[in-house]
Design a binder for this molecule. Structure first.
Ligand code: KMH
Ligand code: ZN
Length: 277
């Protein structure tokens, strides 16, 4: 089995310090969380950025500052920027950051309810727009799928050659309104993607660690972090993203799965080494 790639989703766009004081907003907080997560075993940082007061932003200059600061501290880490941004942002606003030509970025493969009145909108034309922009900027996509229909759409766009063949999926499961993250859901999605593709799981809330365990056992990769889950165990807030990464490393040890370094992750995902530096 390939070594395990751990992605740390360190801040997201929706959680706040009121939810967990460890959620980073400022550049120095972002660097602290990224470095601790990397030292704990994460090789990819899934990156959203905030203004100092916590307001989510897709401002390209803010991204540039945060990426430069993280890269200065941990030069070989893989940065995966979010093109999902925050709920309600336009697709143009969400994707301006691709002009920085990051090594990786997300491509959200369908719409999903996000609880209450919120809907995370990704129309088919939005998805095609982002896929083209990723290709123009030579950015590797992580295909975020919140349910099985999103995988079906990817497979259709693959047949039309709008998405390239070298795919890395992320199953984001347990969003209020999206597909749940039970064992049966994991197997359904894992068995629905081409067997040449790689995949990672991102379980929301209580699904985070059980899904991580399933992926570790079955050759997948894992995303954890405060974007997805604020707790290290029931009712106990995580003190940092690194604490969640540590939980994954402990599970991997028990399952005899080694952890990939950043360059090993580049090889597994087919990323060009040294790009974006
Ligand atoms: N903030 C969510 C609405 C992504 O990073 O691509 C969307 C999101 C997905 O986080
Ligand atoms: Zn995200």
């Amino acid at each position: 089995m390939e070594k395990l790639i751990i992605t740390a989703a360190i801040c997201g766009a929706e959680v706040t310090k009121d939810d967990n004081p460890a959620v980073p907003y400022t550049i120095s907080e972002m660097v602290r969380e990224a470095v601790l997560a990397y030292n704990a075993g994460a090789s990819i940082i899934h990156l959203h950025v905030r203004e100092d007061d916590g307001t989510p932003t897709q401002n390209i200059n803010r991204y540039k500052q945060v990426i430069n600061a993280i890269k200065e501290a941990i030069p070989d880490v893989i940065i995966q920027v979010s093109t999902g941004g925050a709920l309600g942002m336009s697709i143009e606003e969400r994707t301006d950051v691709l002009n920085l030509k990051p090594e990786m970025a997300t491509l959200d493969c369908g719409s999903v309810n996000f609880g209450g009145d919120e809907v995370f909108i990704n129309t088919e034309n939005d998805i095609i727009y982002v896929a083209k922009k990723l290709q123009e900027n030579n950015v590797r996509a992580e295909l975020e799928c919140f349910e099985k229909g999103h995988i079906d759409l990817v497979l259709r766009l693959l047949r039309k050659k709008i998405i390239d063949i070298n795919q890395h999926f992320s199953f984001v499961l347990g969003v209020n309104g999206g597909m749940s993250g039970e064992e049966r859901d994991f197997f359904f999605l894992k068995d629905s993607i081409p067997n040449t593709a790689t995949y990672s799981v991102a379980g929301i809330g209580r699904f985070e660690l059980p899904l991580a365990k399933l992926a570790i056992k079955h050759g997948g990769h894992v995303r954890v972090g405060l974007e997805d889950n604020l707790y290290v165990s029931k009712g106990v807030l995580a003190k940092s993203n690194a604490e969640l990464v540590n939980c994954v490393v402990e599970i991997a040890k028990k399952e005899n799965r080694e952890i990939a370094s950043a360059n090993e992750a580049r090889r597994i995902l087919g990323l060009m080494e040294g790009k974006n530096e």
